[in-house]
Design a protein around this ligand. Structure first.
Ligand SMILES: [Mn+2]
Length: 330
């Protein structure tokens, strides 16, 4: 078991001394981010605090399509006048909450995150890179504050944890603290089966057609160690974000023998592409580091970056940069 660092005293004091809170998360939010916001919000409500959840959206990923109703994109002026504590979750750099940043100006900022790299920001920081998800840290905060966990909280905490661990596939030996959390959540009413279904089930027929298209065009470099696939702007417009099943795509490609890194390039606009990077469990390549070379970020095994250029250029430049990593480690 890896001991989780205790919740910083400054964070506990800031929670106790504030009556109002804004909890913000990153743009293009995922299940860990949104569920962390929701559960932390409900824990603070339980303590008698008033909370506004802030998210830049969009909420177009399949598994979070129903979440929008819980989130604001602006802080009402009367609420900001109460000088709420701003808590930012799941963000390694302040620009990840863009365009919400200016709204938090003048507020005390606390950051709760689990990314290894990034920028130091916020007056109060609870950063645990060893934590598999931010929901793991929210769970820890709730235990510290002795807030009971409802069935709905338990489901949301487990959803965030399952999402950021690829449904527990990325967890190595010696991490029993994760399963102790799962035991508490299952006891509180969370169902791993139902969360698996939320994450991977209920997909459209079309989403599998898109998956098939992306798999069939995948290019191999360095004897299958690097696999690259992409989605054009036309395909993006045709299929939409909702039909993307990125995690299935990554899982399929990473299961190929000798594969170390998968690149999934998505052209969002004619001159803008988002690149998703995934590294295999046994690869020494840190794709968080690779993404940071393009102004992006993330984790050792999963990261992303946005490049303001067309698809062909993005593909060429990212592949060239990555080839340095392969040459070094060969
Ligand atoms: Mn996360």
């Amino acid at each position: 078991m890896i001991q989780t660092p205790p919740v910083p005293q400054e964070l506990i004091e800031a929670i106790n001394s504030h009556n109002t809170f804004v909890i913000a998360g990153h743009r293009n939010p995922d299940a860990d981010c949104l569920n962390s916001q929701l559960v932390l919000g409900s824990a603070l409500n339980h303590l008698g605090k008033e909370v506004i959840l802030l998210s830049p959206g969009p909420f177009d990923r399949h598994e979070i399509a129903d979440y929008q109703e819980f989130f604001h994109d602006t802080i009402p002026k009367e609420f900001k006048d109460t000088k709420p504590l701003a808590i930012i979750v799941d963000c390694s750099t302040p620009d990840r909450i863009a365009p919400l940043g200016p709204q938090l100006e003048g507020l005390t900022v606390a950051v709760i995150d689990h990314h290894a790299a990034g920028t130091v920001f916020g007056e109060i920081r609870y950063i645990v890179p060893k934590a598999f998800s931010v929901t793991f840290l929210i769970f820890h905060i709730m235990q510290t504050l002795a807030v009971p966990i409802t069935k709905l909280d338990a489901e949301r905490l487990l959803f965030g944890l399952a999402a950021d661990t690829g449904f527990f596939r990325h967890i190595n030996e010696g991490r029993s603290e994760v399963f102790e959390m799962v035991a508490v959540l299952a006891e509180a009413g969370a169902s791993p089966r139902d969360i698996y279904h939320t994450m991977y089930g209920d997909r459209s027929f079309t989403s599998k057609k898109l998956l098939g298209l992306l798999l069939s065009r995948t290019e191999s470099m360095f004897d299958d160690r690097l696999l690259i696939t992409w989605e054009t702007i036309d395909e993006h417009n045709q299929f939409g974000e909702k039909e993307r099943d990125s995690e299935s795509l990554y899982a399929q490609l990473l299961s190929i023998a000798h594969c170390e890194v998968v690149l999934y390039i998505r052209q969002e606009q004619s001159q803008s592409c988002t690149v998703g990077f995934r590294a295999a469990a046994n690869s020494s390549i840190d794709v968080g580091l690779v993404a940071s070379e393009f102004g992006g970020g993330g984790h050792r095994k999963a990261s992303g970056a946005t490049l303001e250029m067309d698809l062909e250029k993005t593909k060429a430049i990212v592949t060239k940069t990555l080839s340095n990593y392969f040459t070094v480690t060969m």
